[in-house]
Design a protein around this ligand. Structure first.
Ligand code: P6P
Length: 313
């Protein structure tokens, strides 16, 4: 495959201002990848000594990544506002005519930072319809997304991008720090008997999924993997197939994962790759959000396996 970088690929047939947003996300993630790669040497490990709006203890890298994303995206005149997992409310830039909104989780999986496990940045680009760009502007169904994706900081640094009905992957060339197109179209394999789930949660799930998943696992027909970092588990699923399950639980009927900047961007990647994503019987991309940091139960991946697991029953 001839080497084409992200900028040249976007220049071929993407709207220029949307391309600029994706390039700025990618540039922010290159900065974050340097901190991640440096680990203890970059002073990026450990806790930041604060708690975010989610009530979660912030890691230093959560805070640093958030500041990098805010600075880079805030400088793009095409962005009316951003929403971050690490910010209580949307951050507007007094640009009523700017066409885009960007929601992001600057560093997902941060509990894995200090133990050198793959983590990632997740982003979602929505249309801004003019006017004040506050929290309510972001309350759009995931089907409205103009682009979405993640950058995984693992053995490779990869950008997985949903754009124009496709999911494709770029891999960071460490020598030049440019993202190079390596997978022109990701199509998730079918028939993979792999269940991505935290087995300790199985018994707590408030749905029939747990019995179906337990039957598959105890029956020896399926295997199970769980990194505990969504980007890592989803990356495996997009390449190898299977499902990712974090449904609602008896004590947490809306599960753990956030709709706007975790589930929606992933659901678009999965849909473009031939899969589907549900919260109960509802298709994730059709859910009308009610609040900025809304959580939902999330079951995503191979449609046939989701049906076997009674996700879509
Ligand atoms: P558990 C990371 O904290 C995260 O939000 C996702 O990246 C990951 O899939 C999930 O939580 C892991 O949750 O309950 O297994 O620790």
């Amino acid at each position: 495959m001839s080497r084409i970088n992200l900028g040249d690929w976007l220049a071929k047939d993407s709207e220029a201002r949307l391309a600029s947003v994706i390039l700025d996300v990618a540039s922010a993630c290159v900065e974050i990848s340097r901190l991640v790669r440096g680990g203890a040497l970059s002073g990026a490990l450990g806790e930041a000594g604060a708690v975010n709006v989610q009530g979660e203890t912030q890691k230093k890298l959560d805070v640093l990544s958030n500041e990098i994303c805010k600075a880079r995206l805030g400088a793009n005149a095409a962005i009316a506002a951003i929403a971050s997992e690490e910010e209580d409310h949307a951050v507007g830039f007094e640009r009523p005519d700017a066409p885009f909104l960007v929601a992001f989780d600057p560093l997902d999986g941060s509990s894995n930072i200090d133990v050198n496990v793959t983590i990632g940045t997740i982003f979602s680009v929505l249309p801004h319809r003019g006017g004040e760009a506050g929290d309510d502007a972001f309350l759009q169904p995931g089907r409205n997304q103009l682009a979405s994706g993640y950058v995984s900081y693992g053995p490779q640094t990869c950008l997985m991008l949903a754009l124009g009905g496709k999911t494709l992957q770029f891999t960071l060339d460490p020598a030049t720090e440019t993202f190079i197109l390596t997978h022109e179209r990701i199509v998730m394999p079918g028939g993979t008997p792999m269940i991505g789930a935290n087995l300790s949660n199985l018994a707590r799930w408030a749905t029939p999924i747990s019995e179906a998943a337990r039957a598959c696992l105890d029956g020896g027909t399926h295997n199970q993997r769980w990194v505990g970092s969504m980007v890592a588990d989803i990356h495996r699923m997009l390449h190898q197939g299977g499902v990712f399950l974090y449904p609602g639980q008896v004590d947490k009927p809306n599960g753990k994962l956030r709709l706007l900047y975790e589930c929606n961007p992933i659901a678009l990647l999965v849909a473009n790759a031939g899969g589907a994503s549900f919260f109960g019987a509802r298709r994730v991309l059709e859910i009308e959000p009610e609040t900025l940091h809304q959580r939902i139960g999330f079951a995503s991946g191979d449609p046939e396996l989701l049906t076997l697991l009674r996700v879509t029953a």
